[in-house]
Write a protein that binds this ligand. Structure first.
Ligand SMILES: [Mg+2]
Length: 232
């Protein structure tokens, strides 16, 4: 209880703002779920499997993956399991499967989802993740039980970094921008959401619980309790 009251004094979204918010759009990786799974996969597990598969050094494997990641950053390919499997020369799904123990909610995320449901908000999972990644994470967390819709970039054929994604999402949900809150750990994506008229854009300070906190140009938080006062 003490912890809850302490957090409520620095609420990132105020009670009166919450009363105005009807739609809540939530990113998955690094926002609802701990990014330690994804960081570990891309920075450690995948280069290791690539090095073994192609019989090259770890440095060469890192360089290959980083080069493609830099070229494709912010595009749909960057998030696409099929694209990456094609690039590295093997299916990357089994490697992801070996790391499922790292998949989990960020601090307070599940309680926040339950609170949103109780409040009757329209809750949308708005993610760039490939449908197979969503399925893998849902199998571990049952995340889909707490959202009304999963509207992912592969269905939109456009990443959240692009205006096309937001036009597509608007057609699907008919959200009213001024009454919509969006949370994402990527500032470029928050910029696109802001440009699309989303009224409340919130960043994340600690997407990966095992890494140093980062800074956002947007109002941001660590624990989900910082987002909602207990009095509502
Ligand atoms: Mg994210």
């Amino acid at each position: 209880m003490t912890e809850h009251v302490e957090h409520s004094t620095t609420s990132v979204v105020t009670s009166s703002q919450w009363q105005n918010i009807s739609w809540v759009l939530l990113d998955m990786d690094g926002t609802l779920l701990d990014l330690c799974f994804d960081d570990h996969f891309w920075q450690s597990a995948l280069p290791q499997v690539y090095a073994e598969y192609h019989q090259v050094s770890m440095a060469e494997a890192d360089a290959f993956i980083n080069r493609i990641a830099n070229e494709k950053y912010g595009s749909l390919d960057w998030y696409c399991i099929d694209f990456w499997s094609q690039q590295v020369g093997f299916d990357i799904r089994p490697t992801k499967q070996t790391l499922t123990h790292l998949i989990g909610f960020r601090k307070g995320a599940l309680a926040f989802l339950k609170w949103l449901k109780h409040q009757g908000k329209h809750v949308v999972l708005a993610t760039n993740a490939h449908p197979d990644s969503i399925a893998l994470k849902d199998a571990q967390t049952d995340l889909s039980a707490w959202v009304d819709h999963i509207l992912h970039a592969h269905d939109a054929n456009a990443p959240k970094e692009s205006a096309n994604y937001w036009q597509w999402l608007h057609k699907k949900t008919q959200f009213i921008g001024e009454q919509t809150l969006f949370i994402d750990d990527n500032d470029h994506i928050l910029d696109a959401a802001h440009n699309a008229g989303i009224g409340y854009c919130i960043g994340v300070n600690t997407p990966n619980s095992a890494a140093e906190p980062k800074t956002s140009r947007y109002p941001a938080f660590d624990h989900f309790q910082e987002l909602y006062p207990p009095s509502i």
